[in-house]
Write a protein that binds this ligand. Structure first.
Ligand code: FAD
Length: 401
């Protein structure tokens, strides 16, 4: 007998990766996306080597590589002292076929995934359909849907994946706690067409400073030389109109480039940043993945990557369960992905932020010395690169039983 489809709430990159991985194994899948089109907003833009490997295995690697910029080297800088340490992923070229950070806007990946799913006879994407709730019983799930036009529907599925982002309806309906904290400051993100390579920056750089630390990364945008996205902290109580004003944005970029120049700023936005992990990723036939399960600050580019790692891991196990394996295999997904999110993604991104914003000059000097030593010692630099490229977290997850 044909089983009911796996229903996925959320057509963001994580939901679409899960859908493609399941569909490629011959499993029927329905994606519900609340928006009327695949979202195009500017968010994550860094793909680490294991993620590129996973996407290549799903058949979208070549197109993603053709759309992105390969950034093998990234820098840690001090606002005044300049480059403190540089790390070159070429040092771990024996560990991965993709020894670089691939920079590409996440909505471009979403469109590639959407295209691939449209060609699959096992996948259906229903745009403009929001999951509003669900019930589950021993044979499956019943998912409540509300369409953009106000009409409602109920869809029967075998399992429900909640990949509906940080404010996940699925997680909230389950009553699962989103444990962790929210940073008091918000992040201002803007983009400039000024090519920072002219100023000695590698395609990805982090500048330490107690007040005006920042993260910089080049994005392909609409073609070479690309566009540079820059993220700064801003006080939690500063009015949004002041944060987004020309004078404030110019003051941030002029602060570390030239104070005498007006920079072209085609894009700016502000957002709040959290470090949170759901208390569990599974309740019966309902499983969480991506931002619905965990969120973190963007320093190190790990949020979307870890969500894609969830999606691939979950699709493999859910596929096996639908083919007859015991359902508690899904608890192994939870152990592997929840544990490594806490041990690696939360720990590394919090540490990255603390490093950049350190106020105590002695502590800052010690951390910089440590980084210089790591960068100068090939075996220490290798270990640093294996962690920051997320290779270690994926290997660690595979060993959790
Ligand atoms: C403003 C902003 C900037 C960011 N910048 C960075 C960055 O620089 N670096 C980085 O690593 N990460 C960044 N992130 C985080 C990164 O974008 C996320 O980790 C990533 O989008 C997670 O993918 P996802 O598919 O889990 O969730 P999302 O991309 O949020 O996708 C969830 C999808 O579910 C849909 N949806 C929501 N509710 C429902 C529902 N009830 N029913 C059906 N569909 C629903 C939404 O419309 C959306 O399409 C940023 C996030 C934000 C908000």
């Amino acid at each position: 007998m044909k089983s009911d489809p796996v229903v996925i709430s959320g057509g963001g990159p994580v939901g679409l990766v899960a859908a493609l991985a399941l569909a490629r194994s011959g499993i029927e899948v329905v994606v519900l996306e609340a928006a009327d089109s695949i979202p195009r907003d500017l968010r994550a833009g860094t793909f680490h080597p294991p993620t590129v490997e996973m996407l290549a295995n799903l058949g979208v690697g070549d197109k993603l590589l053709a759309s992105g910029i390969q950034v093998p080297e990234w820098q840690i800088r001090d606002r005044r002292a300049g480059v403190i340490a540089s790390f070159d992923l070429g040092l771990i070229a024996d560990e991965t076929p993709y020894p670089y950070r691939l920079h590409c806007e996440q909505h471009k990946l979403s469109h590639l995934l959407h295209e691939a799913l449209q060609q699959s006879s096992h996948a259906t994407i229903r745009l403009g359909e929001r999951c509003t709730g669900f019930s589950q019983d021993k044979d499956g799930v019943s998912v409540n849907i509300e369409r953009t036009d106000g009409s409602v529907d109920v869809l029967r599925g075998s399992y429900l994946i909640g990949a509906d982002g940080a404010r996940s309806t699925v997680r909230k309906s389950l009553g699962v706690e989103f444990e962790g904290f929210t940073w008091p400051e918000r992040f201002l993100v803007f983009a400039t067409r000024h090519d920072l390579r002219e100023d000695g920056f590698s395609g990805n750089a982090y500048i330490a400073d107690p007040d005006e630390w920042c993260a910089i990364f080049v994005q392909p945008h609409d073609g070479p030389p690309g566009i540079w996205r820059i993220a700064f902290p801003v006080p939690g109580d500063m009015a949004e109109s002041d944060v987004l004003s020309d004078s404030f944005v110019q003051s941030r970029i002029q602060g570390f480039l030239s104070p005498d120049r007006e920079y072209d700023i085609p894009y700016r936005s502000i957002y709040r940043v959290h470090q949170r992990v759901a208390s569990t990723f599974r309740v019966g036939r309902i499983v969480l993945a991506g931002d619905a399960a965990h969120v973190n600050n963007p320093l190190g580019g790990m949020g979307l990557n870890s969500g894609i790692h969830d999606a691939v891991n979950l699709a493999e196990k859910l596929g096996a369960v639908i083919d007859g394996a015991a359902p508690d295999l899904l608890d192994r997904y939870v152990r592997q992905r929840r544990q490594t999110n806490i041990e690696y993604v939360q720990a590394i991104t919090i540490r990255n932020k603390r490093l950049l914003e350190e106020r105590d000059p002695k502590v800052r000097a010690n951390r910089f010395d440590e980084l210089r030593q790591i960068a100068a010692d090939p075996s220490m630099a290798r270990e640093h690169l294996l962690s920051s490229s997320m290779i270690n977290s994926v290997r660690r997850a595979a060993h959790i039983v």
